[in-house]
Design a protein around this ligand. Structure first.
Ligand SMILES: [Zn+2]
Length: 298
């Protein structure tokens, strides 16, 4: 029996997954993300129709890159051709139903909190380190998503002035239009900007990862870890999670947990109890699973 459906809507692919009564994937279908808005709406509707083919009342959750502006209803996203458009409303109109929409990093967090590395009581934070930085907060199994959908936009908190000053870093403009967000140095492209500033060289994040035991590149790596540790410290002192679950492309760097824990010991004050930092375990299915779970429990 199919219990619910989830859609992972990203910049390159749209994957629909059917979940059975045990929350296992029983079937999935992947299509490419179109480049125009009308085709994008049609593609999402097509995936909803595929999920609901046998059961028009099947709950469907959509984990998407971006979020809807709660006042205007328009979509905010750098990675989908839907920016500024009434995306949620247009999909609802064309597909003839109401669906549960979640930011993909919030959906990752909820999947890990319920089914993955964050399974425990208390407060869980998901932290997705990739081309940007975002995450989510889940408390005792409930995702914090009942305000304006913005809880978890950690990458757009202001970077620690102490780190900027200690390493004489320029304050950079962020993709959000403001200056000095954590994402400008703590993301994958941010790591590359750090190398450019510190070493005067163009290095990819992959080259930094592979060369991080050499003396000059190790400095870039250490400072990058320190920046993300300072971000984690801010999360600790506001949300106080018991566990932080890492996701995103950069979480795959071998030894990243140990490197962040060691940097966190350097930036946190000694009396603080540090949270457990773990790698996500739900992999590629996490976003669709988290959205499907939320759709089922609406
Ligand atoms: Zn920003």
């Amino acid at each position: 029996m199919i219990r619910t459906g989830g859609i992972d809507l990203g910049g390159t692919k749209i994957e629909a997954q059917k979940f059975d009564a045990d929350w296992n994937v029983s079937d999935k279908r992947r299509i490419e993300t179109p480049t125009t808005y009308l085709e994008l709406v049609a593609a999402v509707v097509d995936q909803i129709c595929w999920l609901q083919k046998e059961n028009p009342n099947l709950p469907v959750g959509i984990a998407a890159a971006g979020l809807a502006n709660p006042n205007s209803g328009t979509w905010i996203s750098a990675n989908l051709p839907a920016n500024g458009m009434p995306f949620v409303q247009d999909v609802a109109k064309a597909a003839g139903g109401r669906y549960t929409w979640l930011n993909d990093c919030r959906a990752f967090t909820q999947a890990e909190a319920i089914f993955g590395a964050g399974q425990s009581e208390g407060t869980i934070v998901g932290l997705v380190l990739g081309t940007g930085i975002a995450g989510g907060v889940s408390i005792d199994g409930a995702l914090i998503n009942n305000g304006n959908g913005q809880s978890g936009e950690f990458g757009h908190m202001p970077i620690s002035g102490a780190i900027i000053s200690a390493h004489n870093l320029p304050i950079l403009k962020c993709g959000c239009g403001r200056f000095g967000c954590y994402e400008t140095y703590g993301s994958g492209p941010g790591m590359e900007r750090l190398a450019k500033h510190l070493l005067g060289r163009d290095l990819s994040s992959r080259e930094i990862e592979l060369g991080r035991s050499t003396p000059d590149i190790s400095r870039v790596w250490e400072i990058w870890c320190e920046i993300n540790a300072a971000l984690i410290l801010t999360i600790m002192t506001t949300i106080d999670p018991r566990t932080i679950v890492l996701g995103g492309g950069l979480s795959k760097i071998p030894g990243i947990i140990e490197a962040l824990e060691s940097a966190l010991k350097r930036v946190a004050w000694r009396e603080l109890t540090l949270p457990s930092i773990r790698l996500g375990t739900r992999g590629e299915t996490a976003a669709a699973l988290g959205a499907a779970y939320e759709a089922y429990h609406v």
